[in-house]
Design a protein around this ligand. Structure first.
Ligand code: F6R
Ligand code: MN
Length: 186
């Protein structure tokens, strides 16, 4: 039997998912502790909250073995010197994930307990993220960065483990002349 609900539509012109089953945003207030400069975070929050990214999901079926397709739209911008990024997580269960960048210029940070690595992640990049690595995307461009994720419904999100390990120690900040980025390690 073919299930109607197993179909959605992706608009390649506007890079937008039609019929998402869920949409959420993450704001600066949800990720306060993740940024280097807490005084800048508090200053911004004292006047307004910032939407850092939006996630649209297509999750037709919850049952074992099924997949989720999602599109993340990560705004351009900085908090102080630090470029906007996704929070980043480990998967709770042993499932890998595919990230495909549709638009923009970014970096993909991967971490495990002992190491961190930085990869270019821009329009056209495809990354197979091994289940052992926490993953975060940073927008280093001046336009919206959009990427697709495809992952198992049972992958789960473990944000706590990243926090317990002290977070990502790789920080992506504006260079002194503000013309490019530089990588700092805490
Ligand atoms: C799912 C996945 C992505 C992210 C999304 C938001 O496993 O990696 O769909 O969930 O890009 O990032 P986080 O979840 O780190 O806030
Ligand atoms: Mn993931």
């Amino acid at each position: 039997m073919i299930l109607e609900n197993d179909f959605s539509f992706f608009d390649w012109e506007y890079l937008q998912l039609e019929k998402p089953t869920d949409i959420y945003v993450k704001k600066l207030s949800n990720m306060k502790e993740q940024f280097i400069d807490n005084s800048v975070v508090l200053k911004i929050l004292s006047s307004a909250d910032l939407v850092l990214y939006k996630v649209e999901k297509f999750e037709p079926e919850k049952g074992k073995g099924n997949l989720i397709f999602s599109v993340t739209s990560l705004y351009p911008g900085t908090v102080g010197r630090e470029y906007f990024f996704t929070q980043g997580h480990y998967h709770q269960n042993d499932f890998a994930e595919i990230y495909i960048c549709l638009k923009g210029k970014g970096l993909l940070l991967l971490k495990d307990k002992n190491n961190e690595q930085v990869y270019n992640f821009e329009k056209g990049s495809i990354s197979h993220i091994n289940s052992n690595f926490a993953h975060r995307v940073v927008n280093i461009g001046d336009e919206m960065l959009k990427f697709i994720s495809v992952y198992n419904v049972d992958a789960g999100f473990d944000y706590e483990k990243v926090i317990k390990e002290g977070g990502f120690s790789t920080k992506i900040v504006k260079s002194e002349n503000s013309k490019s980025y530089k990588i700092e390690t805490l």
